[in-house]
Write a protein that binds this ligand. Structure first.
Ligand code: NAD
Length: 360
C-alpha cells in the first residue's frame, strides 16, 4: 500500500513561489518511483500574507502546518515590506512559525559538489571531500534569555537548561549515527558557565545513549579557524544558538553559492520545516532565473528526516549531482565549471525539469 504524506507549501515572497513550484514538481515526479502519495496545500506567509490578511503568519497557516506531515517554505521579505517602522514585518512570520511548531534544532548540511568547487573562495584541496552537517539550537540561549536595555547599561543572558541541551544534542548524535559517526560539540566552556553545562550534558548523553558516536569538544574561537583550515575533518557539528548562527553562515560560505544549500528545522512535534537558506532575492524575482536546487534539496531532507524515506532522498540528491555533472547551471552558477567542462546556462523551470529527468 502506498504511503501518504500531506505537505503544506509556504511559497512566500520574491523567488519563493518560483523555487517552491520546482520542488513540488520534483516530489510529484518522484511519487510513482517509490509508491509515495503526496498531497499539497498552499498557505500564506510573509509579505504576501501581510498584503492579503494584515498578518505575516495568519492563524490558518499555523493551524494547517500543525496538521501537516511536513512544511516546505520558500522565502519571505522584500523591499515592499522593509520599512523598519512598520508594525508588522514578513520576518515575523518566520520566527512565528519556528516558535509555533516548537522547532528547536536547525540542520544545515554543507556539501561541496566537485563540479562547483571553483565557486568557493577557498582552495580546492582544502574543500575536497567536505560533507558536514551543522546542527544549531534554535529556540534558547542568549537570543531568548532575560535582557535589559538602558542607555548606559544593557545585558543579554545566555541561559541553557539540561533538557534544552539534551534534546538538540540527541538530534545531532542521531544524525551522526546515520552518517560517519563523528560529533563535534562547539562551546566556550573555558569562560562561560552555560557552556560548561552544555559540555557536561553533551558528554553524558552521548556516552550513555550513543556509545557508537565519537565525540569531541571544540571551543568556538578555534572552530571558526578549523572550519576554513580543515573543513573535511568534520561530520556533524552541534552548538548553541548564537555560536551556531555564526558557524552556519561560515560553513555555508564554504560552498560558495547560496542557491545550493538546503536546511531543516525539527522539534518536539512530528512536523519539520524545510527551506533553502537563501532569502527572497528581490533583485531576480519574476525573471525565471532563480536557482531551485536548494529548495529541491530541501525536499530530500524532508524525505530523510520527516518521512524516513532515505532511498527517495538519495535519488533526489543524486539527480542534482547528475544535473551538475551534465553541465547545467542557473545564472548564479555561471562560470563555475572545471576547465574541461562545457556548461549550459538554464532558467529555474528548465533546471527543475533537468533534475526530474535524472530521477531514477
Ligand atoms: P537573498 O538570499 O535573498 O539574496 C542574496 C543574493 O543572492 C542576491 O543577489 C540574490 O539574487 C542571490 N540569490 C539568493 N538566492 C538565490 C537563488 N536561489 N538563485 C540565484 N540567486 C540567488 O538575501 P538578501 O538580498 O539579503 O535578502 C532579500 C530579502 O530576503 C530580504 O527581505 C530578507 O529579509 C529576506 N530573507 C529571507 C530569508 C528567509 O525567508 N529565510 C532569509 C534571508 C533573507
Amino acid at each position: 500500500m502506498s504511503k501518504n504524506y500531506h505537505i503544506v507549501l509556504l511559497p512566500g515572497d520574491g523567488i519563493g513561489p518560483e523555487v517552491v513550484r520546482e520542488a513540488r514538481k520534483t516530489l510529484e515526479a518522484l511519487s510513482p518511483l517509490f509508491d509515495l502519495q503526496f498531497t499539497f496545500e498552499e498557505r500564506l506567509i510573509g509579505g504576501i500574507a501581510i498584503d492579503e490578511t494584515g498578518q505575516p503568519l495568519p492563524e490558518e497557516t499555523l493551524q494547517a502546518c500543525r496538521q501537516a506531515d511536513a512544511v516546505l517554505l520558500g522565502a519571505v521579505g522584500g523591499p515592499k515590506w522593509s520599512d523598519p517602522t512598520a508594525a508588522v514585518r514578513p520576518e515575523q512570520g518566520l520566527l512565528g512559525i519556528r516558535k509555533g511548531l516548537g522547532l528547536y534544532a536547525n540542520l544545515r548540511p554543507v556539501k561541496i559538489y566537485p563540479q562547483l568547487i571553483s565557486a568557493s573562495s577557498l582552495k580546492p584541496d582544502v574543500l575536497a571531500g567536505v560533507d558536514l552537517l551543522v546542527v544549531r539550537e534554535l529556540t534558547g540561549g542568549i537570543y531568548f534569555g532575560p535582557r535589559e536595555e538602558g542607555s548606559e547599561e544593557a545585558y543579554d543572558t545566555m541561559l541553557y537548561t539540561r533538557p534544552e541541551v539534551e534534546r538538540v544534542v540527541r538530534v545531532a548524535a542521531k544524525a551522526a549515527q546515520e552518517r560517519r559517526g563523528k560529533l563535534t560539540s562547539v562551546d566556550k566552556a573555558n569562560v562561560l558557565a552555560s557552556s560548561r553545562l552544555w559540555r557536561q550534558t553533551t558528554q553524558h548523553l552521548v556516552e550513555t545513549e550513543f556509545p557508537d558516536v565519537t565525540l569531541e569538544h571544540v571551543l568556538v574561537d578555534a572552530m571558526t579557524m578549523y572550519l576554513i583550515r580543515r573543513p573535511a575533518d568534520f561530520d556533524v557539528i552541534v552548538s548553541g544558538n548564537m555560536f551556531g548562527d555564526i558557524i552556519t553562515d561560515e560553513a555555508a560560505m564554504l560552498a560558495g553559492s547560496m542557491g545550493m544549500l538546503p536546511s531543516a528545522s525539527l522539534g518536539e512535534g512530528r512536523v519539520g520545516l524545510y527551506e533553502p537558506i537563501h532569502g527572497s532575492a528581490p533583485d531576480i524575482a519574476g525573471q525565471g532565473v532563480a536557482n531551485p536546487l536548494a529548495t529541491i534539496l530541501s525536499t530530500a531532507m524532508m524525505l530523510r528526516y520527516s518521512f524516513g524515506e532515505k532511498d527517495a532522498a538519495d535519488v533526489i540528491e543524486r539527480a542534482v549531482e547528475r544535473s551538475l555533472d551534465a553541465g547545467y547551471r542557473t545564472p548564479d552558477l555561471a562560470g563555475v565549471a572545471s576547465p574541461d567542462q562545457t556548461i549550459e546556462i538554464v532558467g529555474t523551470e528548465a533546471m527543475g525539469e533537468i533534475v526530474r529527468n535524472f530521477l531514477y
